[in-house]
Design a protein around this ligand. Structure first.
Ligand code: NAD
Length: 495
């Protein structure tokens, strides 16, 4: 299929298919005339080949999406919560039914190993199911009054049209975690997906429409230059809320911009997660969970273990077992069923992770794992010991398959080092001492703490950070609050 073939383009837009060759994918904006719209080429991070052509929207399309979102909001807010719930449930079913297609699409777009991609579809669908149920539980309050003739009530109403800006590392789940509570609350949502993963977003919107979801309630605007689209929508006073997942510098920029139109903001930003292993821990289970936390998605998750602190008495044993497990990882083509670590998403991502390894080795760290014969965007999964505070790997989020090990002596030192960062998203601790588990989990300045648990994220729990890791929470009953305003109505009965 070619970008210039109009009939193929229509076919690609009307059907659900995984990207292959230069299939054309068009932004999902009712009324969009894409005849003269520019497109950008999407390349596979594994092969470098062009896998699709994507609408490259600008200010005109952003304005159209905002007009639609305003109309969409006026209509959608009047749909009963029970009907909204039924549509979200149907969408959940459709996403599960399209699991293979969505998984393969993510694998081709951003290099996530296919088995993990299937897991992400289940995780993403979990938000649709959970918020379908939650839509029926947006209730208010009746407050007691000093006056017999007054009635005081508290209503919870949708904030209005929402802009959701999402990253590439979880192309489906970062969308459903925002869109599901937004739609459940009665908001309309425009998603601006990452430029690397637009097709998953487009497919999710098509599935929404296939089950009868109103097109103006959920739109997808794709763009190679995100700032142009986002600047227009940030300046548009009709957009009442922005929910962003991505890097801290972009999050801060959007937060500053939001002041002009006083938008509600949710910001899920970068992490730099510490993973503390105390000497009374079950070492094998700690190693297994570091493997899952650190090497999932090639280390490209905001909650992944980024600094692994191990108490001195068990350091050598832990390091040896972790290095052996890492040496067993299968690095390869993401579409292969046996692959555990695929390529990183981009040249920039690869260069950053590799530079963290090179900088640590040049500053005296030791590589405990074998070297791989890798090229392109691949980075060899690596464990480093002899890591010290000044190395880049300790200062910045690596977003790659690199596990730096640091030795510590006591609990206070471990907590101090863990908290010594501007970030505060997720932290982990491994111990069999209940008192220590309680003390340390309370002392860690993080939004999420896993106690003997390397994978705490789940749709019904609050997800989010403190400090430079952001504002607000997604998931669970906390997540829907971000899309609701509280209105107080005082009624006098005697007038
Ligand atoms: P990024 O900030 O570059 O991009 C994220 C999104 O913002 C993309 O959609 C991108 O197109 C858009 N964007 C980029 N520049 C923009 C601008 N000037 N104006 C408006 N939008 C803009 O981040 P990334 O490198 O793609 O993603 C990785 C980052 O996301 C990491 O720091 C990671 O920790 C973070 N992340 C956080 C969470 C979380 O829940 N806290 C989850 C996943 C990823």
């Amino acid at each position: 299929m070619t970008a210039s073939n109009a009939s193929s383009q229509t076919l690609a837009n009307d059907t659900l298919e995984a990207p292959a060759g230069d299939t054309v994918y068009t932004a999902v904006i009712p009324g969009l005339d894409d005849t003269d719209l520019k497109r950008y080429s999407l390349r596979s991070p594994a092969s470098g080949d062009v896998i699709a052509e994507i609408s490259d929207c600008g200010v005109a399309q952003a304005r159209l999406a905002a007009d639609n979102a305003q109309r969409g909001f006026e209509a959608w807010r009047k749909v009963s919560p029970f009907e909204r719930a039924a549509l979200l449930k149907a969408w959940h079913r459709a996403v599960i039914d399209a699991k293979e297609l969505l998984a393969l699409t993510m694998t081709r777009e951003m290099g996530k190993p296919i088995k993990e991609a299937r897991g992400e579809v289940d995780y993403a669908a979990g938000f649709l199911e959970w918020y379908a149920e939650q839509a029926k539980r947006i209730d208010g309050d009746i407050l007691p009054s000093q006056h017999p003739d007054k009635r005081l009530s508290v209503l919870r109403q949708p904030v209005g049209p929402v802009l959701a800006i999402t990253p590439w590392n979880f192309p489906a789940a970062m969308i459903t975690r925002k869109v599901a509570p937004g739609l459940a609350a009665g908001c309309s949502v425009i998603v601006k997906p990452a430029e690397q993963t637009p097709i998953t977003a487009i497919l999710l919107a098509r599935l929404w429409q296939q089950v009868g979801g109103p097109a103006e309630a959920f739109q997808v605007i794709t763009a190679e230059r995100p700032a142009e689209v986002s600047d227009l929508l940030m300046d548009d006073a009709r957009i009442r809320k922005v929910t962003f997942t991505g890097s801290t510098p972009v999050g801060k920029h959007l937060y500053a911009k939001s002041a002009a139109t006083m938008k509600r903001m949710s910001l899920e930003l970068g992490g730099h997660a510490p993973f503390l292993v105390f000497d009374d821990a079950d070492i094998d289970s700690a190693v297994a969970e570091v493997m899952a936390s650190k090497f999932r998605n090639g280390g490209q998750t905001c909650v992944c273990a980024n600094r692994i602190y191990v108490q001195r008495a068990i350091f050598d044993t832990f390091a040896e077992r972790l290095a052996a497990a890492v040496d067993d990882l299968v690095v390869g083509e993401p579409e292969s069923e046996s692959t555990q670590v695929g390529p990183l998403v981009s040249q920039a991502g690869r260069d950053k992770a590799q530079s963290h390894i090179d900088d640590a080795l040049a500053s005296g760290a030791k590589r405990l794992t074998r070297e791989h014969d890798v090229e392109g965007f691949f980075v060899a999964p690596t464990v480093l010991s002899g890591v010290t505070a000044g190395m880049r790997v300790m200062q910045e989020e690596t977003f790659g398959p690199v596990a730096p090990l640091i030795v510590f002596d006591d609990e206070d030192e471990a907590v101090r080092q863990a908290n010594d960062t501007p970030f505060g998203l997720a932290a982990y601790l491994w111990t069999r001492n209940l008192g220590r588990a309680t003390r340390v989990s309370e002392a860690l300045d993080y939004g999420i703490v896993g106690v003997n648990d390397g994978g705490p994220s789940t749709p019904q729990a609050p997800f989010g950070g403190v400090k430079d890791s952001g504002l607000g929470r997604e998931g669970g009953r906390y997540g829907i609050d971000e899309y609701l305003d509280t209105k107080f109505v005082s009624t006098r009965l005697d007038r």
